[in-house]
Design a protein around this ligand. Structure first.
Ligand SMILES: [Zn+2]
Length: 447
């Protein structure tokens, strides 16, 4: 009976988490001058600039159309960590000083559009998704370039380039009218990871419910290592904004709610995949406070959510059994693109993880390029691949050996995960490999 219960719980968790896939591939970015230091004060003000555009195309092609540039509030990111050195994500953008041609900022990310491209619909129709990126406000004219991975070679290719003149009178100041609350302050904005929590589907009368969910999100995050040891390097703020209707739309069940961010279940036909495609509205809301990472809390008891690297994470705020764990799991995706370590039974081939490519995620490998991942965390006497033995799913996590266990990234074969248990698998503690990767990412962001 106990085993059966475990299977039911595991199946449920897999069903919840199935919605948070990201189409993931590998590349080696070739920057012009990736190691050349940039002195912040030479190039940037203390403000934030936002570049909004539409990401369009179908399953084979993608293109970008410009929307607008905005000036927002204080820059929340580091003033030292300006060129993201990690090889994470399906896309990156960079800012080039027009006069010197020097790369002065770069960040990596993934998008909902990338995932939509893998759906059957993308083979039949073109669609546009609103997107936007933020960066410290340049003092001088700059070129913004957006790169995306080639579908075949997986190499990053330049897709968009735009010279922006900082004296352009069309650059609009954006001032959010919403209110905000500090949930947890660990330190100043430039040396901390700044997280913003946003509501969707809460009416004016439900503010207290949202605030309680924010407190729960915060306490959930600080339950787990390495976040609990890094409280003083994390700030969490919430923006309050009411929706007209209470609850979240479920198109597949004919339920529609008029909510501020228009979050919906049934994203891309997957009932538990709860997301919004209105990313510019999400950024409008977030801009009330200094932020680097966005998490949306939705007013529903229904399981579901998702997380996309440097885009946003999302989870239900209702009283669902493992809400706190799901928050932290999705945040693992949205903060730094940790891969799902679980398997979908019967799934053996995926365009997301081709066998001849190394995944860019820190916690998955195909052995195509295992060097530089967690190879040096595996002891000499541990065989690779590491055999999975009966009982490993239930034994205390600290007794598990770090190795390379087959199965992960939804696939049964050909891809390997560090340990049999992890937050990115069964919502347990983060495995040592994920913890190390999170610490390295925090060390970068909090310079
Ligand atoms: Zn892990």
């Amino acid at each position: 009976m106990k085993n059966r219960t475990n299977i039911v719980i595991l199946t449920l968790i897999v069903a919840i988490l199935c919605g948070c896939k990201s189409k993931r591939t590998i590349t080696t970015e070739k920057s012009k001058n990736p190691t050349e230091a940039v002195l912040y004060s030479d190039y940037f003000t203390n403000g934030t600039m936002r570049y909004d555009f539409y990401h369009s195309g179908d399953s084979d092609e993608e293109y970008y159309t410009f929307d607008c540039v905005k000036r927002e509030g204080a820059w929340a990111g580091s003033k030292i960590a300006l060129i993201n050195p990690f090889d994470y994500g399906e896309q990156f953008f960079r800012i080039i000083d027009a006069k010197s041609n020097k790369i002065i900022f770069k960040n990596n990310y993934c998008t909902l559009f990338n995932e939509w491209q893998t759906t059957p619909e993308a083979a039949t129709i073109h669609r546009s998704f609103p997107e936007g990126v933020i960066f410290p406000e340049p003092k001088n004219d700059f070129i913004i370039e957006i790169y995306a991975r080639n579908k075949i070679t997986k190499e990053m290719e330049k897709k968009h380039s735009h010279l922006v003149k900082v004296t352009d009178y069309n650059i609009r100041p954006y001032r959010s009218l919403y209110s905000s609350v500090e949930i947890h302050i660990g330190g100043n904005i430039e040396n901390c990871l700044d997280i913003v929590l946003l509501p969707d589907g809460f009416t004016t009368d439900e503010k207290d419910k949202f605030m309680a969910a924010c407190e729960m999100w915060c306490s959930s995050l600080f339950t787990y290592s390495p976040f609990k040891e890094n409280k003083n390097r994390i700030n969490i703020r919430a923006v309050w904004a009411a929706s007209d209707d209470s609850g979240i739309s479920e198109p597949g069940h004919g339920k529609w709610h008029n909510t501020l961010l228009n979050v919906e279940f049934f994203t891309f036909g997957s009932e538990r995949y709860q997301m919004t495609s209105e990313f510019q509205t999400v950024r409008d809301l977030a801009s009330k406070v200094p932020y680097e990472s966005i998490f949306i809390l939705t007013n529903t008891d229904k399981y579901g959510g998702g997380g996309i690297y440097n885009f946003y994470g999302l989870g239900s705020a209702g009283k669902t059994g493992r809400t706190g764990e799901v928050y932290v799991h999705e945040f693992g995706h949205s903060l730094m693109g940790l891969g799902d370590e679980y398997v979908e039974v019967g799934n053996t081939v995926s365009a997301m993880y081709p066998a001849d490519k190394e995944p860019w995620e820190a916690n998955l490998t195909t052995f195509v390029n295992f060097n530089g991942k967690w190879e040096n965390m595996i002891s000499q006497d541990t065989p690779i691949p590491t055999p999975f033995e009966e009982g490993m799913l239930t034994m205390p996590q600290e007794k598990l050996t770090i190795g390379a266990y087959e199965g992960g990234g939804y696939l049964e074969r050909g891809i390997y995960r560090p340990t049999p248990q992890c937050m990115m698998n069964q919502l347990r503690d983060f495995c040592p490999v994920c913890q190390k990767a999170i610490i390295e990412y925090l060390n970068y962001l909090c310079q």
